[in-house]
Design a protein around this ligand. Structure first.
Ligand code: GDP
Length: 525
């Protein structure tokens, strides 16, 4: 069956890191291996640069780059790899969280000088929610970094995941000599190089004197000790535990020098999961099912304000997607025909006629689609696991132009559907509150409302800690709670009940007083 072989050869993943750890650099090296680009420097960072804050056209341009590099497809060793890009800037973290719902595994880049950083921790939390398999790449070994054992301990502690080194560095910084692969017992000597790859030294026995010749007696001895220690301390690498998201294999290298990257990639295609079954609210969907199904995890507005075209990114979950077909849009209970689907290859978009599980398809949309929507061949189940996360910054929307109320409402709704931010509407007074992860979004919203919808608004800061989605098995208790806290109750975009907590301590108190009520920081639980 064609579908089985198509699934077998697909790997869909994302690279995550704290900004500056080397995500863009690693992406570029992977694309070089895949032959998707020919030279270094071809991949543009999707970082929204803060110095460009006031220059909105510049930000729009940068957003354009991020759409072009949203999904990069390339082939390596007979495997079709889809690499989903995630915004590095933390103000766009929610976009990253959602992208992680569409991947089957991740590679996490950690800077060996800085270790585990705050954004790494947050991203790992999202991976843990879905038991996403994680491979760690400890980067920048050409710099004087922290002790490798210390780094491994820090990963285990701060990211709450067990680690298993599959490669080991010999020296570091100026004394960095190379990496020994515990995985296939080969030694690769470090030579700074932008793209060329040196052949490794294949060793079957660590006592081989060629190691001493290559790295010097002292380092060779150290390596033997290290390897013995690692093999003694860490249990044997279990692919199953990795696939369950319980153990992260760890690689060391230097992305900018293209060192240690091939080992990572070779291991990745061997172990990383192929497209996995996915849960809807009705049943588990196997990728090999005949009927097409998929969900939307990202929507990107077109940059031409005269055309309110958007691109919706669909992750194919099962069956074969075919261009020009009528598909069923579950939320609106309607058939939609997608005549211009695109797929993303490296930096070009190209028209596609068909796509398979694990692929990402870009659909042109004029405002029908929303993040989280399911598209199928008639089946009504909705894919789970595309939650909203509680924002961290809240501001009330004040309409500045009463003549443009309709435009403001429409603009806000559409921007929220794209996932730029979240809108909460208070039960009393219908006050509208926009919640975001970073401050930058408020400026983006104001700018886009004005330029795309002709509406203007002010934002007034609100002193809120978190939005908590509330739930109770006891409907009467839930009603009582809502009545007693009615001034703090709002609805999210889907009409779900949300408790707007003003402070952490207050929330704890309320939780103590209402033990029958569940408080969740994500919309899906
Ligand atoms: P991102 O923010 O995670 O995408 O990080 P980038 O890939 O843009 O890298 C941030 C900086 O680290 C850039 O100046 C890179 O050249 C540099 N960098 C990346 N990999 C390495 C490495 O292996 N060694 C050193 N010394 N610098 C690196």
């Amino acid at each position: 069956m064609q579908i089985t072989s198509e699934i077998e050869k697909r790997r869909t993943f994302g690279i995550i890191s704290h900004p500056d750890a080397g995500k863009t650099t690693l992406t570029e090296k992977l694309l070089l291996f895949g032959g998707a680009i020919q030279s270094a420097g071809a991949v543009k960072s999707n970082k929204i640069k803060m110095h460009a804050r006031s220059d909105w056209m510049e930000i729009e341009k940068q957003r354009g780059i991020s759409v072009a590099t949203s999904v990069m497809g390339f082939d390596y060793d007979g495997i079709k790899i889809n690499l989903l890009d995630t915004p590095g800037h933390q103000d766009f973290a929610e976009d990253t969280y959602r992208t992680l719902t569409a991947v089957d595994s991740v590679i996490m880049v950690i800077d060996c000088v800085k270790g585990v950083e705050i954004q790494t921790e947050k991203l790992m939390e999202v991976c843990r929610m879905r038991n996403t398999p994680v491979i760690c790449f400890i980067n920048k070994l050409d710099r004087e970094g922290r002790d490798p054992y210390e780094l491994l301990d820090e990963i285990e502690e701060k990211l709450s995941i067990k680690v298993r080194p599959l490669s080991w560095p010999i020296g570091m910084g100026k004394g960095f000599k190379g990496v020994y692969s515990l995985f296939d017992s080969s030694l690769r000597l470090f030579k700074p190089s932008k793209s060329k790859l040196e052949e490794g030294l294949h060793i079957t026995d660590l006592s081989d004197s060629r190691i001493d010749e290559a790295v010097g007696e002292r380092d060779a001895e150290q390596l033997r000790e290290d390897v013995e220690l690692i093999e003694g301390v860490y249990p044997e690498f279990s692919v199953d535990d990795y696939l369950k998201g319980e153990v992260a294999p760890v690689f060391f290298g230097s992305a900018v020098n293209n060192f240690g990257v091939k080992e990572l990639l070779d291991c990745f295609i061997r172990f990383a999961p192929k497209p996995r079954p996915r849960e809807t609210d009705v049943r588990l969907i196997e990728p090999s099912e005949k009927d097409f199904s998929g969900f939307i995890f990202k929507i990107h507005a077109n940059m031409d304000p005269n055309h309110r075209n958007r691109i919706a990114f669909v992750r194919v979950c099962s069956g074969k997607f075919e261009r020009g077909q009528n598909y069923y849009h579950v939320r609106t209970d309607k058939k939609i025909r997608f005549s211009s689907a695109t797929m993303f290859m490296a930096q070009d978009k190209e028209m596609v006629d068909e796509a398979w599980p694990g692929d990402i398809v870009g659909l042109y949309d004029t405002g029908n689609l929303k993040i989280g929507d399911t598209i199928s061949q008639g089946e009504k189940g909705v894919f789970k696991g595309i939650p909203s996360f509680s924002p961290e910054i809240f501001k009330e929307v004040i309409n500045k132009d009463a003549m443009k109320t309709k435009q403001l409402e429409k603009g806000l709704n559409q921007l929220m559907e794209e996932g730029v931010a979240q809108l909460f509407t208070y039960e009393i007074g219908s006050r509208k509150v926009v919640g975001t992860v970073g401050v930058l979004q408020f400026e983006v919203i104001q700018y886009r409302l004005k330029h795309e919808y002709g509406a203007s608004c002010d934002f007034v800061s609100m002193n809120l800690y978190k939005a908590c989605w509330i739930h109770s098995k006891d409907q009467k208790k839930l009603k009582e709670f809502v009545n007693s806290k009615y001034r703090h109750i709002a609805r999210d975009k889907d009409g779900k009940l949300v408790f707007m907590a003003e402070s952490k301590s207050w929330l704890t108190m309320v939780q103590d007083n209402f033990p029958e009520i569940e408080f969740h920081f994500t919309s899906e639980f």
